[in-house]
Ligand binder design. Sequence first.
Ligand code: SF4
Ligand code: SF4
Length: 249
Amino acid sequence: MKSMKPKTVSAKIRIISTTFFLLLFPVIFYYLSPVIPLAGASEGIITGSLIIFGLMFIFSIFFGRLFCSYICPGGKIEDLVEGAQNKKFRRTRFNWIKYLIWIPWVFMLLFLFWKTGGVNAVNFTYMTVSGISVSDVPSLIIFIIVSLIFFILPLLFGRRAACHTICWMAPFMIAGKKLGKTLNIPSLHISADKDSCIHCLRCNERCVMSIDVERYVDKENVDTTDCILCSECVDACPVSALSLKWSRQ
Ligand code: SF4
Ligand code: SF4
């Protein structure tokens, strides 16, 4: 996964951005939580995290899973683990687990809103103290447990294993990305020039999501919902056969 090339501008921006959001993680923890929207729904309240999940869905129609590579603190923890080991994630047969979390979650949310008679209020900072998520010992313990999960899964199973298997936010973005493609809306994606490719497989080696990028070169589009648009493959390609492109797919 290590490159001998100097870091590109996009790689530097990604490092700065993800480090910033990792430092902010104790503050924004509840705004990414799947539990807070359920607690809010049981009182008929739309919470900050539910608003964020909705924005994530809309954002992903145009920008795919850019959130995962430039913002997500959980993803950053996984990338830091990746620095300690260099294992590809090969258990893609377990990718369905995140839907096993997400689909019942959606139904539970709708059920709770229905049970309380719909939406009574919007409270962006619900269950935080002055907007800060980790403000007492119980919330600190939960924060440490969640952070450890994002540390241990890639350590055991390879790069971004938590993104593949348990991330409750990924399905929002996968759904948004699929909707954008179905409606033929222009979006950001990794484009490939099959005539330039020399099949060196460096893109495969570098892909943080362990995607077989080279397999998509013939299609001239890395057309998979696993891609988080980190551009590592673009930076790794010695003949510039890959690029980040804004167009209809
Ligand atoms: S295919 Fe490229 S842009 Fe997509 S996740 Fe892999 S390395 Fe990142
Ligand atoms: S790194 Fe570039 S040249 Fe090598 S296989 Fe991937 S797309 Fe082809």
